[in-house]
Design a protein around this ligand. Structure first.
Ligand SMILES: [Zn+2]
Length: 296
């Protein structure tokens, strides 16, 4: 994906900030393939959102969660199955109750081994982080669109919206604090990750993805924790939604003139890059263009 191998995707458990009372984020520090990780405290239980990639990162996140949670019981969930978000879950097995939505569990089963192989090819730092990774099943699965858990004086809401960035994206909301963890449905000043790898993985629905971002924005969250990038407000959601709607329209218009995906990438890619000079990971522009070209 990039010309240079990415740096080691190490979670830094000291990079933790309290974004609202009892709600902590271990920052990704804008390191590629490190996600923002959430720890939400109630009176009786603590919820961990995402693990980082590989067993060592998972162990670090578990230790950080235990430091914050004290003797509260631990629950782990994931925003989606992608390796940097969930392939540290084995450290939590037996230490926390692991809860996914059914689509995410199924997607992990279907694609987990192939993604493990793909990510290992990204470079030695990523391969080292994934050393010893075992894909583990959740302890509980919920069907349907919504699930809520009482952490003790604090409700957390798990919401599932169908195919978007992946088949099993899940948003975690903490209504009393107006906080949402949105996973890779939104990155902050990072080009949206379109995992468009046909024929191996072509599970993206940008229409639904944009619809979900609109719904989340309409709920007026105070604090948005993106999958990657800095924590902010609802403007993170509108920036991603605006990018996707605009790019989709432009690619569709190019397809109508008879251009193929390669030509559109060559024509539009540099323009889109120049329009967002302060956004990172421009390699994702071409994946998005090819997705929209295939769907047009
Ligand atoms: Zn992702």
């Amino acid at each position: 994906m990039t010309d240079n191998p990415p740096p080691p995707p190490h979670v830094d458990p000291n990079a933790v900030t309290e974004v609202a009372p009892g709600i902590y984020v271990i920052s990704d520090r804008r390191v590629p393939l490190v996600p923002n990780i959430g720890i939400v405290l109630g009176k009786e239980a603590a919820l961990v959102v995402d693990t980082g990639m590989g067993p060592e990162n998972g162990r670090k996140v578990l230790a950080a969660a235990k430091r914050l949670a004290g003797d509260r019981k631990l629950i782990l969930t994931l925003t989606h199955f992608h390796p940097e978000h969930g392939f540290g879950a084995q450290a939590f097995k037996g230490e926390a109750t692991i809860i996914y939505n059914a689509a995410q569990r199924d997607e992990l089963t279907a694609k987990g081994p192939a993604y493990l192989g793909m990510f290992r090819s990204f470079g030695p730092g990523v391969a080292a982080a994934l050393e010893g990774t075992e894909l583990v099943a959740p302890d509980e699965v919920y069907a349907g669109d919504a699930h809520s858990i009482d952490l003790g004086g604090r409700l957390v809401e798990f919401s599932t919206y169908g195919l978007a960035h992946t088949r099993g994206d899940q948003v975690i909301g903490v209504p009393d604090a107006g906080v949402v963890f949105v996973g890779d449905l939104a990155e902050e000043r990072i080009f949206p990750i379109f995992p468009w790898f046909p024929p191996d993985d072509a599970d993206i629905d940008a229409d639904n993805w944009a619809r979900v971002l609109g719904l989340l924005e309409a709920a007026k969250p105070w604090i948005v924790v993106p999958g990657h990038g800095s924590v902010g407000g609802a403007e993170i959601l509108s920036a991603v939604r605006g990018y996707m709607l605009d790019l989709g329209r432009r690619v569709a218009a190019e397809v109508k003139t008879g251009r193929n995906a390669d030509e559109i990438v060559a024509e539009l890619g540099p323009k889109v890059r120049a329009e967002h000079p302060d956004w990172e990971a421009p390699e994702w522009i071409d994946f998005a263009i090819r997705y929209f070209a295939a769907k047009a």
